[in-house]
Design a protein around this ligand. Structure first.
Ligand code: HEM
Length: 115
């Protein structure tokens, strides 16, 4: 069980890496919202929800932290949707949508590790 949980954590991290990596490429480039960001978010969400159930654990879960991470992830999802829509309409993503995507993603990783 513990090994299975570790595998799901790796999948959770792959989701984070995909979202943040895709965003970083765009931050250094055209500053668009890409499909890969949506995929990373979906993978982090599904694996995160699986990890939110108390199985294969040797410690207690911090549900306050998990709830805040979920809220932040939903906000990132909203920004991805709004950014993609704005890009379709005007050809570019406003800075006020693009930058918070990366900052909030990093915030979630920092919350996960530091709290
Ligand atoms: C972009 C969004 C997210 C990022 C960057 C992120 C990042 C991380 C990281 C780096 C870890 C490993 C921390 C450690 O084991 O020390 C982790 C673990 C975890 N995450 Fe996330 N996460 C995100 C979203 C979510 C969401 C939406 C949920 C649940 C709804 C969630 C639930 C969990 C749980 C339950 C763990 C394991 C905690 C434990 O075993 O104590 N995460 N996350």
């Amino acid at each position: 069980m513990e090994i299975l949980r570790s595998i799901v954590i790796v999948i959770h991290l792959v989701g984070f890496a995909t979202l943040f990596g895709a965003w970083l490429v765009e931050a250094l480039g055209k500053k668009r919202v890409t499909r890969l960001m949506h995929w990373g978010l979906a993978i982090a969400l599904v694996a995160g929800l699986a990890l939110s159930a108390p199985w294969g654990l040797t410690h207690d879960l911090n549900y306050m932290k998990i709830g805040i991470k979920l809220v932040i992830l939903v906000i990132i999802g909203g920004l991805l949707g709004a950014g993609a829509a704005r890009e379709r309409k005007s050809g570019s993503v406003p800075a006020g949508i693009f930058w918070p995507i990366g900052i909030l993603t990093l915030t979630n990783a920092a919350l996960a590790v530091i709290w």
